[in-house]
Structures are given as C-alpha cells and as structure tokens.
Design a protein around this ligand. Sequence first.
Ligand SMILES: Cc1cc2nc3c(=O)[nH]c(=O)nc-3n(C[C@H](O)[C@H](O)[C@H](O)COP(=O)(O)OP(=O)(O)OC[C@H]3O[C@@H](n4cnc5c(N)ncnc54)[C@H](O)[C@@H]3O)c2cc1C
Length: 466
Amino acid sequence: MTLRTAAEYRAGLSDRRNVFYQGERVKDVVGHPELALAVDHSALCFSIAEDRPDLAVRSTFETGDYSAFYHLPGTSEDLSARGRLIEEVSRRGAGTIVLKEVGSDAVFGLLRTVRGAGLEAARAFHRRCLDEDLALAVAQSDVKGHRALGPSEQDDPDLYLRIVASDTDSITVRGAKTHTSFSANADEIVVLPTRAMGPGDAAYAVSFAVPVDTPGLSLYVSPHLSGEPDDFSRPLSSTHKLLESLTVFDDVRVPRDRVFLDGDPTLAGPVAIGFVDYHRFTAINYKLPLIDLIVGAAHLVAEANGITRAGHVRDKLARLSAWAATVRGLAELSALKAREGEHGVWMPDPLLVNTAKYTFAHGYSEASATLVDLAGGLLATGPGGRDWANPEIRPVLEKYYAGAVPGEQRLRILGLVADLTASAYGGYQSVLATHAEGSLEAEKLQIARAHDTGPAIDYARTVAGV
Ligand SMILES: Cc1cc2nc3c(=O)[nH]c(=O)nc-3n(C[C@H](O)[C@H](O)[C@H](O)COP(=O)(O)OP(=O)(O)OC[C@H]3O[C@@H](n4cnc5c(N)ncnc54)[C@H](O)[C@@H]3O)c2cc1C
C-alpha cells in the first residue's frame, strides 16, 4: 500500500470519462485550461501527504502507510485529528473543500449504517480506498423534481435515481444526481440516497460506487466559475476552482460487489443521515480558513481605508470575531464530545456539528455584508489585472487609489474582499454557505432531532410548579 503523489492522481484522470463543459465534450480534464485549475486545487489533498505526513498519513503493521483522510474514527482524538487535517488542507485551498474529505465522509457513513452484503461491499470498498489511495466524489442530491412529492410520486420516475433492473451479478440504475462536486476530477463516484423513503420507494433506496469512466455515466459540468484568471483583482478564484456536475446515469450497470444498498427503503434515511453527520463535521472544519480570511480581510480593509478607530467599525469587527470563535469552538467541541456509533465507528456530536454549521451559514451573509460595508464601492467599480499591468495606467491607479496605505496595497486587499463578496466566486461561496452540506432548514431539522430537550422542559415544569 502506498500513497499516490499529486502527479499520479492527475495521471489517473486520463480515461474515457464522459465530461461536458461549456457546451462541449472534454477530451482531457487535466489538459483543459479551466478544468485543470480544479484538478490542481484537488491535488492539494495528495501533496499534503508529502510535507505534513504527521497530519495526512497513517500507518498500521497490517496495512502500511495510508491516507489519513480514510482513517476510520475510533476515538474522539481521531476526529480532532481529522478536523485538523481538513482545516490544514482547506487553508492551502483558500478556505474551500479540497476533495478526499467528501468521499471519506460517505464511506464512514456507510460503514455505520448498511447491513449484510452491503456492509461487506462497503468494507471491501474502504479497503480499496486505503490500498489505492482513491479520490471520490459523492452524488447524494437527486434532481428531485416537485419538492412536495416523494421519489415514486413524481410524474417522471427518473427524477430520483432508481434501480431499473437487477440480476444475480449486478443492478442497473437510471436517473440523475445534481450538484455533484469533484465528479469530473475524481477517480470514482459514491452514490447515496438523498432522503428517508417509504415502502413504495424501494427502487430508489440505492447506494453504490462506480469509476467515473463507467459506460452510461455522463457529467454535465456547471460553467459557473468560468472566466479568465486575474490574480490581481481575483486572488482566490484565479487559483482555486471546484467543479459541480449534473450526473446522469443512463442505465448504468453496477456489479454487486460495489452495491451498498439494494432496495431496502428502511435504510435510505439512516444511510443519508450517516453521511451528513460526517460531512457537516468536514464542512465546519474546512470553513475555518474561510472564516479566518473574512476576519483578516475585514481588518485589512478597515486599516487600508483608515477607519479602524471608528466605533461602528470596532463593533462590526468584534461581531465577526464572535462568529469566528463560536464556529471554531463548536467544531472543536463536536470532536471532543464524539461518541461510538454502530460497528465501532465514532461520530462527532450531531447537535454540536449541526449547530456549528447552522451558525456558520446563518452568520455568513452578515459577515459578507460587513466586508462589503467596510470596503466601499470599489468592490464593484475598481480596476482589473490588465489595467494594473499597463505601465501607463498603473501610476494613475497608484496615485488615486491610495488610502491609509499605498495604492497597490489597498487595491490588492480590495481584490481579496471583492473575490470573497462581489465576484462570481463570492456569489458561489454565498450559495455554498447556504446550501452545500445541506440547507439551513436541513440543519435545523437535525438540531431539533439531536437536542434532548426533556431535562430542560422538566426543569421549567418544576420551577413553574406544574
Ligand atoms: C456548491 C455546492 C456544492 C454541492 N456539492 C454537492 C455534492 O458534492 N454532492 C451532493 O450530493 N450534493 C451537493 N450539493 C447539494 C446540496 O446538498 C444541496 O444544494 C442542498 O441539499 C439543497 O438542495 P437543493 O439545492 O436541491 O435545494 P432544494 O432542496 O430545492 O431547496 C430549496 C428550498 O426549498 C426548501 N425545500 C426543499 N424541499 C422541501 C420540502 N419538501 N418541503 C419544504 N421545503 C422544501 C429548502 O428548505 C430550501 O429552502 C452541493 C450544493 C452546492 C451549492
């Protein structure tokens, strides 16, 4: 067992995967000028093993070295270590999720929740992740059609992914998943059910893993973050990119030894939530560097504008600090209060994880608005990298855009703030904060489920004398 290098990861993406981008079939994801940016971003989860083996590499006598992302949490300290690894790799990725986090979340969730042959398949798959150092995308969100209708109630039966045929060796699936991050630059895709299901939904209760170049699988990648890189006015999005796809399964055949859930609707909910418990823990840890960037950028831009002493600015900076400290504190506590789940797999405290994620997401819009407020209108009207590169224009910009700091410094800080708030990337981060790893409402649902309010109610009853 050996860990792959970033170069080996890149080489592994050259296969027959069926990827579409900007209306065209992509022959080579790694060689594509825009998609390569996403490959480079994801490669960080391989390169971190080279210079931070203390965080990113684990080893046992039986297995030899393997990627720490796939280390099955068996203690609270394992989860704390996982949190530190996710935070560090995200720090290298400018506060955005990198890749191996998401697939390992899915594998842990499966190992806790599936049964029988599915559990055997999940254990064998986990072993392959260790042996082959795989990078996995997770396709959980179905396209879902009419939101008030369940899977089997939709007019078109393919709006949730379903099993359309089954034999002793395989199942065949049809339908589509959406928002699938990393699908175009991962080795394999893990499919999970998106919700709890009733007895009529058996065909939709399905989970499995397939290589990305499996026949019948097509990825339609969103162009949302496309554009010419400009590292002067867009320091984040010019070097970091994620890919999300509409992921279509057109009668894809899945061998049985890759099937984790095969038509048991009673397990659809537990499998869906099993993933979510880990994935929100990943979320709150990979958001920490993004929060640091927001807090740091707010201080820098206030200084550049010469407003740090104003009372309203101090108030806004303190509120940002309180938000940052709350999310970090809850993230750390959720690992410290971890507990043993089924099959000996430990899980972070779901009440604290969901409260951290909700606190992050709910506070994000205020944090972003604070940045815009402190920075001023240049976020929308300032110059770009081509202006800065022109020797005739640069002196004009340096003279007239100086603030409490020289013009170049101020413009570069404003570029960072604009990329966080006013660019396509800023908009993407705002949607990511609200919906990715589950919507605000999904988090509230889990908070309500996980909070044992009985003792509080009994206490209030006693004090009220009722
Ligand atoms: C950048 C990004 C990356 C993502 N990456 C992945 C990924 O890698 N894999 C993956 O599987 N998913 C991924 N997601 C999907 C993410 O988990 C979903 O966006 C999220 O679960 C919300 O689902 P939705 O987008 O379909 O919105 P909807 O579910 O349509 O939500 C829209 C609104 O409708 C409400 N709503 C929905 N259904 C109901 C109902 N029945 N009753 C009442 N209200 C309802 C919601 O609360 C919300 O307010 C990603 C999302 C984003 C934005």
